[in-house]
Design a protein. Structure first.
Length: 368
């Protein structure tokens, strides 16, 4: 294995990626996919894992034990940039596994390094506004979600062992780089050895926005984001209602952050997202009363000058395991790329143990 670490950066082309790492040519792997996308990157045999330096606009960090690197390359666009990476790595390079104590220490050291390099918790538009300590309680509760655990919360080893066997942390560096860190904790049934498969999903802000609007709207995200904006208050209200039911406190002064890309293309300042006061109405109450025709704008926090109107799509909602009330296309934020056609009377699917929480399907329209 070469002594020089792999050099990878956001917003480089596939050609630039390979030219920067000639020593690793033997491990290159391009996997063509339908719809004009190729997975570009590297694949390393077990016990020949590599080191990697990942560079973002104003910083970098080093990861050892890298098993694979996958970046999504749109070959329909000449010299398209690699804006989204998935990197898997493993802490232990031998077959004996790793102790839970060592995995805990290594992960906490990684978090400390990233925090020292100004990475912060990436509260999303659907995450409840919680303190770091309460985000841990929310992650443990069966009605909560392990997607919103704040990486800056100083976990004890005992708390580490209470986390589920699949755990995710969301981070951002300013608004130029976003990263999800995930582990899969596993036990070999034959040897009893413990293994932690780690992954990093690193993307630039355009990918974050496109994931918000869904795969069907990647090419017209500006228009779709404007349409979705009026529904965003209910996304957060849903998770904050769940948090209040657990006895947790909502931090109503917790700020959002401005995404310059969205502000430039749509005029929406995401740092001024409007929330619905969860102490005055629950998600279920809000939707029910809105459906009945009541003016719910008094429940918006801060009473913005231009109050968002919850669109008719929010009225077209159906919980999982209930019959579909209207034929057409439906989606749920609880599952990526969930958009599908259902006929009236079809039982809407459920996705237990998802990272979102309660599965609520939302009507998108009768035509595809």
């Amino acid at each position: 294995m070469p002594d020089k670490p792999l050099e990878i950066a956001l917003n480089m082309t596939a050609e630039e990626l390979y030219n920067a790492n000639p020593e690793y040519k033997a491990f290159q792997e391009g996997d063509a996919q339908p719809m004009g996308v190729t997975f570009q990157g590297y694949d390393f045999p077990r016990f020949q894992e590599s080191k990697m330096v990942f560079k973002y606009p104003i910083g970098e960090f080093l990861i050892d034990g890298v098993m694979s690197v996958i970046a999504y390359d749109n070959i329909k666009t000449p010299n398209s940039l690699l804006t989204d990476y998935n990197i898997t790595f493993i802490f232990n390079k031998d077959s004996d596994g790793i102790t839970d104590e060592d995995a805990y220490k290594k992960t906490m050291n990684l978090f400390k390094e990233l925090e020292d390099k100004d990475w912060v918790f990436a509260n999303s538009i659907s995450s409840p506004r919680l303190s770091p300590e309460d985000s841990f309680k929310f992650a443990l509760n069966s009605e909560g979600s392990d997607l919103y655990l704040d990486f800056t919360y100083d976990l004890t080893f005992e708390e580490w062992m209470q986390l589920s066997n699949i755990q995710t942390w969301q981070l951002r560096h300013g608004t130029d780089a976003f990263m999800d860190i995930m582990y899969i904790r596993d036990t070999d049934p034959e040897t009893g050895n413990r293994h932690y498969l780690m992954s990093l999903d690193i993307s630039d802000p355009i990918e974050v926005v496109k994931q918000t609007v869904g795969a069907d709207h990647r090419d017209n995200w500006e228009k779709e984001y404007v349409r979705l904006y009026s529904e965003i208050p209910t996304w957060r209200l849903q998770s904050e209602t769940q948090a209040l039911e657990m006895g947790l406190d909502i931090q109503q002064d917790q700020p959002d952050y401005t995404l310059p890309l969205v502000l430039e293309k749509t005029g929406i300042d995401t740092g001024k997202f409007v929330s619905i006061d969860p102490y005055k109405t629950t998600y279920e109450e809000f939707i029910k009363r809105f459906d009945a025709g009541e003016d719910m704008t008094p429940y918006y926090e801060n009473q913005p000058t231009a109050k968002p109107e919850i669109t008719s799509q929010a009225r077209g909602r159906c919980p999982a395991n209930q019959p579909c009330p209207k034929s057409g296309y439906w989606f749920t934020p609880a599952k990526k790329d969930s958009r599908a056609y259902f006929k009236q009377g079809d039982i809407m699917p459920d996705y237990p143990n998802n990272n979102w929480g309660k599965v609520i399907w939302q009507f998108e329209g009768e035509k595809g």
